[in-house]
Design a protein around this ligand. Structure first.
Ligand code: SAM
Length: 296
């Protein structure tokens, strides 16, 4: 079987009017590919999520190319400007802060604009924190879903967590160190403290660490230790898929006590089991408490 479908020379020639998604290292400079260096050296300009970071990278490589910033808070004005330059025939390399552009960064909007305008986009693949963590986690890689950062806004966060309840695929989440504890708490109260997880920290850096544990184990550790560095959380999928309407109907025949016990048996804590049972019965939590007390 041949692994080469395009000659390196052909593939490496910079084509005007093309957007290059250039993956950059997530911690180890040596992970930058030869092709990435060539593209960064030869494009007309580099659009960077963080011009200081990418500027440092280019300086390390002895590369000097015109650079402009493209990040969350200027993407609306900057995106169309980049598109105009691409339409005029310039080539552009897009770099995110680190890793693969368009994964949890505004690169996806630029690619979408290019797709709408028929502008060629090609990839110079390389590091991605999500895949690096997943492959090191020791958890199943057969089916996985990328969740990125959980929403910060309360109701959206709750909704997303609820969607994860019946997720049977391995989950990949990004998190900043100062928010790690809150995210672990929210995940544990939704998925149960016993759910296997791997906390992948400082990947490809000197202090790289893969902490294979459970959500409860991670919570315990970070009660006494401050989370430090960048994290990817890999969480095992659940064993139960979303209930069918027949299963839900059958549960409605359970007594309030049995209904709560059922949810506790799935790994939820008492409070969350009550919340889940109340929701399924279509009654407020307080009403279910009242019924549980009457049943005592
Ligand atoms: N586009 C990037 C990629 O391909 O991985 C991700 C960008 S996202 C804004 C940044 C998040 O990626 C961090 O908050 C952290 O969760 C994760 N991350 C990036 N580098 C990492 C590293 N070396 N170790 C662990 N997590 C990392």
């Amino acid at each position: 079987m041949s692994h080469t479908t395009t000659s390196p020379e052909e593939k490496n020639a910079i084509v005007g009017g093309t957007l290059y998604l250039v993956s950059t290292p997530i911690g180890n400079l040596a992970d930058l590919s030869e092709r990435a260096i060539k593209v960064l050296s030869e494009v007309d300009f580099v659009a960077a999520e963080d011009t200081r970071n990418t500027g440092k990278l280019l300086a390390c490589l002895g590369i000097s190319r015109p650079m402009l910033s493209y990040y969350e808070h200027n993407k609306r004005e900057r995106g169309p400007q980049i598109i105009q330059r691409l339409l005029a025939g310039d080539s552009c390399a897009l770099c995110s802060d680190a890793g693969t552009p368009a994964i949890s960064d505004p690169g996806e909007d630029l690619v979408s604009l290019c797709a709408q305008r028929g502008i060629p986009v090609t990839s110079v693949p390389g590091c991605c924190a999500a895949i690096t963590a997943l492959t090191l986690s020791g958890l199943s890689t057969a089916r996985f879903c990328f969740e990125g950062f959980l929403p910060v806004e309360k109701s959206k966060r709750r909704e997303r967590l609820e969607q994860l309840t019946y997720n049977t695929a391995t989950m990949i989440l990004y998190e900043a160190p100062h928010k790690l504890r809150a995210t672990l708490d929210d995940l544990a109260s939704t998925l149960g403290v016993d759910r296997p997880a791997a906390l992948c920290r400082e990947l490809t850096k000197r202090n790289e660490e893969i902490f294979r544990t459970t959500l409860g184990g991670a919570i315990e550790r970070y009660k006494t230790e401050a989370p430090r560095g960048e994290y990817v959380l890999i969480v095992a999928g659940g064993s139960q898929s979303a209930p069918t309407s027949a299963e839900r109907t059958e549960r409605m025949t359970l007594s309030p006590k049995e209904h709560v016990a059922y949810y506790e048996s799935t790994g939820l804590g008492r409070m969350d089991a009550i919340k889940a049972a109340a929701k399924e019965r279509g009654i407020p939590k307080n009403e279910l408490y009242r019924q549980l007390n009457l049943q005592k």
